[in-house]
Design a protein around this ligand. Structure first.
Ligand code: AMP
Ligand code: MN
Ligand code: MN
Length: 343
């Protein structure tokens, strides 16, 4: 499952270039990304979308599944003007391009566009990608989907500018944890250098995306971190630290759900646990679960076993049922994963 494949073949790159270059002048192009879009999903999609604009694609929309609210930290991104609500998105575009989704289950109600589009192109970097597009550019070695997006923009001959670079940089910094994670290869820094050379300001971007949150969220984090639980014996002794946040918690501090996305970073620094987990209420008995690992445990395998996906060090799934049951399932899957030899 996580045996990362080789990345797109020359034929796949050529097919993707042809899918874009061969579009008639009045073609409708729809860009989509995964539900609860993060910096990679939105940044790759909008950065690429601005590239398509430069190529002369006029009928162009971008959207994501669910309510059309763009999380506050992303509202300033160049290209947000391309966004429409999912219900307003072309029902049968000539081309649909999907960003940062490992499978069509991450597309919510937008999954129908895949079947109704003239053709579909998937840009992604999850080893667990199911290959759900007509054309798939999936590079499991890419640190972010924006690496694949820039690869395609280069092959299309689109010159990079600061507006495009902003989204692509947000994507790259999001998925590398600001160049701290294992995925931070020389190629990542070379790409960052190209993006920075357009004149974008990394300090401003990082502050807006990673280092700004409402005071209410600071208080909310205090409460939720205060009830974090450490289970040193979990994951066959590698240790688990976890916490949870409910709709009630959000309401009490008058905060939108997106603020919880940053919570995992405060939990995963726990020295005594290899695996960290945040369980975020997403419905009556539904939870969005984030999993992180320091390396002893492959959390993508745990997430896949529980119906989700992701990467070795960062993965997630949707849990259903009471909180205790969801956490119990994680404990059990962690035990099983650690005891199962990798194929
Ligand atoms: P998150 O914890 O939401 O930041 O997600 C970490 C990683 O897990 C990302 O690569 C996501 O694409 C993936 N992921 C999170 N939730 C799911 C899910 N329900 N299904 C598949 N993959 C997921
Ligand atoms: Mn993502
Ligand atoms: Mn990504």
């Amino acid at each position: 499952m996580t045996g990362a494949g080789p990345g797109p073949t020359d034929a796949e790159w050529a097919a993707a270039v042809e899918a874009v270059r061969g579009l008639p002048a009045d073609a409708r192009v729809l860009l989509i990304c995964h539900v609860n879009p993060d910096g990679d999903a939105l940044g790759s999609m909008l950065g690429f979308g601005l590239g398509l604009r430069r190529l002369g694609v006029r009928r162009l929309q971008a959207t994501f599944p669910g309510p059309p609210d763009v999380p506050e930290p992303f509202r300033w991104l160049p290209g947000v003007e391309l966004l429409v609500a999912q219900d307003d998105a072309y029902p049968d575009p000539d081309l649909v391009i999907c960003f940062d989704a490992a499978g069509d289950s991450r597309l919510g109600d937008l999954v129908d566009r895949l079947g109704r589009a003239g053709t579909s192109l998937v840009l992604d970097h999850h080893a667990s990608n199911t290959g759900f597009g007509r054309i798939n550019l999936v590079d499991p070695h890419a640190a972010a989907t924006s690496v694949v997006a820039l690869g395609l923009l280069d092959r299309l001959g689109v010159p990079l500018d600061a507006e495009m670079a902003t989204g692509l940089y947000v994507a790259l910094t999001t998925d590398t944890g600001s160049f701290r994670f294992e995925a931070t290869t020389p190629a990542v820094h070379e790409m960052a250098a190209r993006l920075l050379a357009t004149g974008i300001r990394p300090g401003d971007i990082s502050r807006r995306i990673f280092d700004t949150r409402p005071f209410g969220a600071v208080r909310l984090f205090g409460e939720v971190l205060g009830r974090a639980t450490l289970e040193p014996a979990a994951a066959a002794g590698h240790g688990l630290v976890w916490t949870y946040a409910t709709h009630d918690d959000l309401a009490r501090h008058d905060q939108p759900a997106y603020v919880l996305e940053a919570l995992i970073d405060s939990v995963r620094c726990t020295a005594e646990a290899d695996v960290s987990c945040v369980v975020k209420q997403s419905g009556d008995a539904e939870w969005a679960v984030s999993l992180r690992s320091k390396g002893a445990v492959d959390v993508s395998r745990v997430a896949v076993a529980l119906g989700g996906g992701g990467h070795r060090f960062a993965a997630g799934f949707t849990g259903r049922g009471p909180l205790d049951e969801v956490v119990g399932n994680i404990r059990a899957a962690l035990g099983a994963e650690v005891l199962t030899p990798h194929s």
